[in-house]
Design a protein around this ligand. Sequence first.
Ligand SMILES: *Cc1c(COP(=O)(O)O)cnc(C)c1O
Length: 383
Amino acid sequence: MTTTSVIELKRSALANNLDFIRNNIHHRSRISSVVKGNAYGHGIKEFVSMAESEGIDHFSVFSADEAERVFKCKKPETDIMIMGWLEKDQVEWAIENNVEFYVFDLNFVNEIISSSKKVGKAAKVHIELETGMNRTGFKSRSLNQLLGIMKDNRGCFEIKGICTHYAGAESIANYVRIQKQIRTYNRIYRNLVSRGIEAGIRHTACSAAAMNYPGTCMDMVRIGIMQYGLWPSPETFIQYAHKQADKTDPLTRVLRWKSKIMTIKEVKEGEFISYGTNYLAQEDKKTAIIPVGYSSGYSRILSNQGRVLINETFANVIGLVNMNMMIVDVSLIPSVKRGDEVVLIGKQGDLEITVNSFSAMSDTMNYELLVRLPQNIERKIVN
Ligand SMILES: *Cc1c(COP(=O)(O)O)cnc(C)c1O
């Protein structure tokens, strides 16, 4: 069923971004497409099928429920990796279905052993190292304990990889901290290899690390934000563009969010518009009502501040954003009518409402704005 707004996903944009990523990372690194947070709001189902047809064969998610959603729509040969949380029964599901997952804690290891024995199959695990973010992962000492346990339960584990995550590779302010993490990771990895442990593949880089610290690409990169056509930070783009003759942004946004005009209204000078006394018409106004509000992910913070595109012209949001509707000023746009396209994020003609401007207005970062787009909005793949 068509919803009051629709999120379009542009296949050619994804193809362009993946080409760019492939050409700019270490040529032997496999790409794992990160689709946590409902594929950064793009929609797991539609995005996964589109990414697979563009050559992606590895997806990373945060939790088992997300993995299950990818599992339902992926090709049989495509790999899934869970970077975070699984409940006990989900561990069995993962082992059964060859879904790989991070191990980052000794208490979790016992659950894996009992699940593996129950299923009668080895768990495919990635050992996460704590290298300086101080979030999840093993430090050297607990790592030795882990390896001991693994040795005693040999049939229960297949080590697929050794990984870590950097604490802010998108900002040069963290340079010293990231370099230290890279050294720590390499030291522990070399140590494992020298002890004859079959450690699988090395993967540490997110988008920002892959661009800013090419040495972190190793055997696989976990790319989220850039495949969707956005930079992890303005700084990462500037660092890239600095080295290029052509300064235009090589990435293309995959997502476009649009709705339609519900009705047009004339409002007389001196009247208030929307709830309360938030907006006073200081002259006669023509307004358009849009069936999108904060329940659709259009933040209430954008009351009197947001902008949309109608007939290739910017129109301001006036008054408070409601739960299901908002009102925009179309006084200066000729011949607007019910059913006209309204762009909330993305291009219309030559103009664009960028995710970045939208997130700056609503005081969020681009990642947060995208993942807040509700799952129940219809997603549509376009070429
Ligand atoms: C989210 C995430 C990524 C991807 O980050 P981007 O900045 O979107 O590329 C990579 N690794 C881990 C562990 C993550 O949680």
